[in-house]
Design a protein around this ligand. Structure first.
Ligand SMILES: [Zn+2]
Length: 109
């Protein structure tokens, strides 16, 4: 598998604690832990399998099967899945009042 396709921001330095304000860390422990938890909860498990109908799939640690489809690749699904997981984890613990791009809590559709 193409490693670059599934690694997101691993090359970034860890969130530096020195650009916060008034002695507060730049990123709260809750948000740091949420990001790490999202990454560990959504690692791919096992090997890429090819199904009888020709799709390629791989399991995620969360139990979801990641797969390609008629208009998307397996790597695209993996990338979106991890981004969604990271978003949900961070959004759940973000400070009250923080301006958001996406309304929170999410509404059921
Ligand atoms: Zn997952």
């Amino acid at each position: 598998m193409d490693e670059n396709a599934v690694v997101s921001d691993q090359t970034r330095q860890p969130d530096a604690p020195d650009d916060g304000h008034e002695g507060q860390p730049a990123v709260s422990a809750e948000m740091r832990h949420a990001k790490v938890r999202a990454a560990t909860d959504h690692t791919t498990v096992g090997r890429v399998e090819t199904t009888a109908d020709g799709r390629v799939t791989i399991a995620c640690a969360c139990g979801m099967e990641l797969t390609n489809g008629p208009t998307w690749s397996l790597d695209e699904h993996i990338r979106l899945h991890r981004a969604e997981a990271r978003f949900l984890a961070l959004a759940a613990v973000a400070p009250a009042g923080i301006p958001r791009l996406v309304g929170w809590p999410l509404t059921e559709s």
